[in-house]
Design a protein around this ligand. Structure first.
Ligand SMILES: C[S@@+](CC[C@H](N)C(=O)[O-])C[C@H]1O[C@@H](n2cnc3c(N)ncnc32)[C@H](O)[C@@H]1O
Ligand SMILES: *[C@@H]1O[C@H](CO)[C@@H](O)[C@H](O)[C@H]1NC(C)=O
Ligand SMILES: *[C@@H]1O[C@H](CO)[C@@H](O)[C@H](O)[C@H]1NC(C)=O
Length: 246
């Protein structure tokens, strides 16, 4: 999905990271940031990974699409946000093999619930194995259909304004729709976390045919002006926006 290829060029004392974009932006600890000593330091000195999350991460690294997996350091940050706001209702939009869904479920009390949107059967099968191993399968409600449909069903079921946390991480062309649906579903003070907002740095100067970068750039610019939310854009993972509903 993302191109993580970056190269370090040094002239005299000055080094620049080039490839896709030119920045100090690092990436994920299992992707483009894998060999970065600062990110290794961060992971070595702050990651507190539940043993089942470790097993799930190692299992997912065997999958050819493993670059889609959320960075463990980012999932831990979001789990801490969940604890900070005492979240008990969360939505995962784009579950893949379930790393972040499991991380959120583990961060919530027994009464906590995660609605997880995913379409691919094989990914759901992997996820379910680990949800059971961690003993949280009853906290995670996997909906195997298009996320737009699941979110509309939640709204139609009268659940608008009741969710504490949403993680948007599915097909990028629908991000704006997911954001608008999430704003309806989230309560005041609830958090919408949006992944891949930097798209390996390509949002800085999207190519004319790079519609994904263009869409993400447009959404970033829309949120900058959006008075319905408080806003932070973090250079964590592939770029993480935190929007807090006012
Ligand atoms: C980047 S991955 C998600 C990674 C995941 N959040 C994690 O914790 O590792 C995106 C996932 O969204 C799923 N997806 C793509 N389009 C979707 C849609 N319209 N509805 C539901 N899921 C979708 C893909 O099958 C893929 O597994
Ligand atoms: C992080 O830990 C690994 C494994 O113990 C080690 O090889 C590496 O040197 C460490 N890196 C840093 C920057 O702490
Ligand atoms: C979260 O719950 C704890 C313990 O019940 C409470 O002390 C704290 O004030 C709550 N925090 C928020 C933001 O509601």
């Amino acid at each position: 999905m993302t191109t993580d290829i970056k190269m370090l060029f040094c002239v005299g004392l000055a080094c620049v990271l080039t490839g896709v974009g030119t920045s100090a932006f690092i990436g994920k600890s299992h992707g483009g940031g894998k060999d970065d000593p600062v990110l290794q330091y961060v992971v070595n000195n702050s990651l507190r990974e539940h043993p089942v999350l470790t097993k799930l991460r190692l299992r997912t690294l065997e999958d050819r699409s493993h670059r889609m997996m959320v960075a463990s350091e980012q999932a831990q940050f979001m789990a801490n946000l969940i604890k900070l706001i005492n979240a008990t209702k969360a939505i995962e939009i784009g579950m893949y093999t379930g790393y972040n869904a499991l991380s959120m479920a583990l961060a919530m009390p027994d009464s906590g619930r995660v609605v997880a949107c995913e379409v691919v059967e094989q990914y759901i099968a992997v996820a379910n194995t680990f949800f059971q191993e961690a003993g949280v399968e009853s906290k995670i409600d996997v909906r195997q259909k298009l996320a737009l449909i699941t979110l509309n069903e939640l709204i139609a079921a009268g659940e608008a304004g009741t969710y504490d946390f949403v993680f948007i991480d599915a097909d990028k062309s629908n991000y704006d729709n997911y954001y608008e649906q999430s704003l309806q579903l989230i309560r005041k003070g609830g958090i919408i976390a949006i992944d891949n907002v930097l798209w390996s740095g390509n949002v800085v100067d999207p190519a004319p045919t790079d519609y994904t970068s263009q869409a993400l750039d447009a959404l970033n610019k829309k949120l900058h002006k959006d008075q319905r939310i408080e806003l932070s854009m973090l250079t964590v993972g592939d770029g993480l926006t935190i929007a807090i509903k006012r």
